[in-house]
Design a binder for this molecule. Structure first.
Ligand code: APR
Length: 316
């Protein structure tokens, strides 16, 4: 049977994710839902009409859902659900400013996902990311490996792009890594950053690396400040779609994602940005990498910061 993936939320992030997933041409069906009457149906129709031109067969189905859960039957049998519902930031806002509003939205969506697609792997992208991922797991009561969040691939891609531009080299020659939270306690891992296999530290002075790290940490805010009416979606949707594809193909790809960490790195019981092997069951395992002492300390600090916030969402 062909694979089915649902994208909840047909805003910029959701619509672009649905487009990328459809254009892969590996899914039988991509479902797009939203609470705005007609929007998902309209976008799905438009996307379907691009099929003869782009040359893919995946069907895209749009459905407006009600706050009472009406319309959710359309997601039945989904192998994967990507949750993009929620408000984006406006200039000057931190991701944490979205906490209460998006917690209500994500809880409602997650409850319907549990009801209508009880076997799905859930990929959360709504912000604040680490907290919304924890909340989606609580609200679905799915096994923790079946709920994960998208952030690390995006942060890492931003870092890689900045390094490539700084050194005027192809992005494909650059490897970077960020772990930790999708926010102030993002942990760049310079010891794992290379250009054509050479350590980044040999190619750029420490102050320059730090400057790029700071720009990466503020990468989302930089885009929000320019757009003024919303937040980034091209790079975020590329990352979320790749995660969904790794699940669909049971590929075992190792990606930086927000995953449940239970003992790895000496950290227990928290959703945190780490590298993980992704397959049909979601997170197959968290992959521990060698970290320097300061990097490990940063990761532990990030874990404690998000742990406190994740505890708060239990009541939201
Ligand atoms: N069910 C389904 N869709 C919903 C719900 C809900 N309960 N509540 C809101 N939505 C929809 C909105 O109607 C809107 O179409 O979510 C969509 C969000 O789209 P945008 O405002 O364009 O925001 P977007 O840029 O897509 O970001 C979505 O991802 O990166 C994060 O911080 C960002 O939390 C935000 C999310």
């Amino acid at each position: 049977m062909g694979k089915k993936v649902t994208v909840v939320g047909a805003g910029f992030y959701g619509a672009t994710t649905a487009q990328r997933l459809a254009e892969y041409d590996v899914f039988e069906t991509v479902v797009l839902t939203d609470i705005i009457d007609g929007k998902p149906e309209g976008l799905a129709l438009d996307l379907c009409q691009s099929r003869p031109i782009e040359g893919f067969e995946t069907r895209i189905v749009g459905r407006t859902t009600g706050v009472d859960g009406s319309g959710y039957e359309v997601i039945e049998g989904s192998d994967i659900v990507v949750i993009t519902a929620g408000l984006p930031r406006k200039p000057g806002m931190s991701r944490m400013d979205l906490l209460e509003t998006n917690a209500k939205i994500v809880r409602g969506v997650a409850e319907n996902v549990a009801k209508y697609a009880p076997h799905a792997v859930v990929i959360v992208v709504s912000n604040p990311l680490d907290e919304m991922t924890a909340l989606a797991q609580l609200a679905t009561q799915f096994p923790k490996n079946r709920v994960m969040g998208q952030a690390g691939m995006l942060d890492t891609a931003r870092f890689t792009n900045f390094v490539a531009e700084e050194l005027k080299v192809p992005v494909s020659s650059v490897r970077t890594l960020t772990l930790g939270s999708h926010g102030d306690t993002m942990v760049p891992v310079p010891s794992r950053c290379t250009v054509d296999g050479k350590p980044l530290a040999d190619l750029l002075p420490a102050e320059k690396v730090e400057e790029l790290v700071v720009r990466t940490r503020n990468g989302g805010a930089e885009v929000v400040a320019l757009l003024k009416t919303g937040s980034a979606f091209y790079a975020p949707s590329a990352a979320a779609a790749r995660m969904a594809r790794a699940v669909a193909e049971d590929s075992g790809a190792v990606m930086p994602v927000c995953a449940w960490v239970d003992g790895e790195y000496g950290i227990g019981g928290v959703y945190l940005g780490v590298e993980a092997e992704i397959g049909a069951a979601g997170v197959r395992r968290v992959v521990e990498t060698d970290l320097t002492a300061p990097e490990l300390a940063g990761l532990k600090e990030a874990a404690e910061a998000v742990r406190a916030k994740q505890a708060d969402v239990a009541d939201m």
